[in-house]
Structures are given as C-alpha cells and as structure tokens.
Design a protein. Structure first.
Length: 136
C-alpha cells in the first residue's frame, strides 16, 4: 500500500505546488528555446574530431527521449514525433556504430531542429503558447 500520510512537520492543507498545468506548460514552451540550442550542440559533437561517437549518440538519444516525453505530456505531437525519430535513430546508431554523418540520424536531427525552429519562431513572433496544430 502506498504511503499517503503527510510529511512530518508539513501542513497537509497546503498544496505541494501552487501552479497550474498551463503555467507548467508555458514554462516548457519557454524552455524549448534552449532545447533548440542544445540539439545544435549535441549534433555538433558528432562531427567534432576526436569525439566519442557512441557517447554522442547516447547523449542525443537521452536528450530526444526526455524531449519526447515532455512534448507528449504538454500536447505537442509534432515535437513528440520528431523527438521519437531522433531517439530511435540515435539508439540504432549507438548500437550499430553508424558513421558520424549517417543519413538516418542526420534526417532525424534536421526534422527535430526544423520543428523546434518553427515552434520557437511562432511563439516568439505571436506570443502564442504553441504553434497551431493542423486539423486532420
């Protein structure tokens, strides 16, 4: 059975976090601007001389995995799907020792970078919380 008693010395009537989902989502959208830069840094590590290629693929995969999960939680399927593609390509490259500039990994990086740039550009220009999701 899970432990549900309040922490010692803590008033159980005070909420743990006094923030709304929309506030947390907005924080994530702001963070996406730095994630775009982080992706550039991680992908640049693939082409740097003397870099550990396997570690670079693992780092890219972990980055993409975290981004994918957060994008799923905050309702950004275009980021979620692009991050998934990069996560899978990075895992495959790390296992199979793909060349630094393998086309599958390059395409996945370009896809995610493009979607982040589009989303970040949209939110900067309009002040909107996210780019519009196309109707099916």
């Amino acid at each position: 059975m899970p432990y549900t008693d309040p922490l010692p010395g803590r008033d159980s009537t005070v909420p743990l976090l006094d923030v709304t989902y929309e506030q947390v989502r907005h924080s994530f959208l702001v963070r996406l601007r730095s994630e775009e830069a982080r992706l550039k840094t991680l992908s640049a590590a693939l082409g740097s001389p003397g870099s550990d290629t396997e570690s670079a693929f693992v780092d890219l995969g972990m980055f993409a995995h975290r981004l994918r999960g957060a994008a799923a939680v905050f309702g950004l399927p275009e980021i979620r799907d692009a991050a998934k593609a990069l996560e899978l390509a990075a895992a495959e490259a790390a296992i199979n020792g793909a060349p630094k500039g393998g086309s599958e990994i390059e395409e996945a990086i370009k896809l995610l970078a493009g979607r982040l740039a589009c989303l970040n550009g949209y939110t900067r220009r309009s002040g909107a919380p996210a780019m519009p999701i196309p109707a099916n």
